[in-house]
Design a binder for this molecule. Structure first.
Ligand code: AMP
Length: 285
């Protein structure tokens, strides 16, 4: 695997492949890689001749400076993991390389309120920053496939919307969430959980599973309220447990007339913020 830190060097390397018609899959990450990230690399390898991963802890998507400071960074370990999956290229740029002073990288599109609820409510500015970095990285890499995880449901929904709105020439592939044996969604933040919180946290997955069963015959609001209650009693501090339309992300009142339904949750485990989601209903089409 070759590692590049500058746009120029990466583009020279990629051009050679793109000129001979080789397809490129791109997996943006913030590093501290785990099996979940590596499953995206595997999907990239299956879909394209060349797989590019990026590691960039994007400052513009952190509303909380402390979260940015505490975000785990372990480039050498990450490189070894990517090598083990035969990733072809790693792009690990500096902040200056991604955001040069003379370039306006802000993405100015109306997101139809997709950015308003859930993460948007509790992390103001997060999605503006996320879109800014994803668009900038897509412009740099120019991939055929962009691989993202379902773990960040609102994130991939907003990226899909941007791709459609701007007619970007890239296909988004959404990969399933990889979990630990006890159901906890793999996350770079999990390594910061105390042993006590690590033991408690799988309750998030249990509540999502419960919601999946309950949606058939229980009132939507009472499912959410019970989940919030259970998470709180277990020792977490939930921010939301929201059952929403899988396309508009608007909270639903009843499952009727919604072909896709997803439950999304965010909760603090002491000072670690965890998010997860589960598709409760998906249309066959
Ligand atoms: P991050 O480094 O957390 O920004 O994540 C980079 C990519 O990996 C995003 O597209 C995430 O949705 C995806 N991802 C994170 N955790 C998981 C997981 N447990 N399973 C699958 N994909 C994941």
């Amino acid at each position: 695997m070759k590692t590049f830190t500058t746009v120029n060097e990466l583009q020279i390397a990629l051009r050679k492949h793109q000129q001979v018609g080789e397809k490129v899959a791109f997996i943006p990450t913030m590093g501290a890689l785990h099996e979940g990230h590596l499953s995206l690399i595997e999907i990239g390898k299956k879909n394209a001749e060349i797989t590019v991963a990026s590691i960039f802890v994007n400052p513009t998507q952190f509303n909380n400076p402390d979260d940015l400071k505490k975000y785990p960074r372990m480039l050498e370990t990450d490189k070894a993991l990517l090598e083990s999956k035969h990733c072809d290229y790693l792009f690990a740029p500096t902040v200056e390389e991604i955001y040069p002073k003379n370039l306006n990288t802000i993405v100015n599109i109306d997101l139809n309120e997709l950015e308003k609820p859930m993460e948007g409510e509790f992390r103001p500015g997060h999605f503006e920053g996320m879109l800014q970095v994803v668009k900038r990285l897509l412009d740099i890499v120019n991939p055929d496939y962009l691989i993202m995880g379902q773990k960040d449901f609102q994130q991939f929904t907003i990226v899909a919307y941007m791709i459609e709105t701007l007619n970007l020439p890239v296909e988004l592939i959404v990969a399933p969430t990889l979990r630990e044996k006890d159901g906890l969604a793999m996350s770079s933040r999990n390594m910061r959980l105390t042993p006590k919180m690590r033991k408690i946290s799988p309750v998030i997955y249990k509540e999502l599973m419960k919601a999946k069963k309950a949606i058939k015959d229980q009132n939507i609001h009472s499912i959410s309220e019970e989940a919030i209650d259970t998470l709180s009693k277990a020792g977490l501090k939930p921010e939301y447990f929201r059952i929403c339309d899988g396309k508009t992300l608007k909270q639903i009142e009843s499952p009727q007339n919604h072909p896709n339904i997803v439950a999304c949750v965010a909760a603090w485990a002491e000072d670690v913020r965890l998010i997860d989601n589960m598709v409760l209903k998906v249309s066959k089409k």
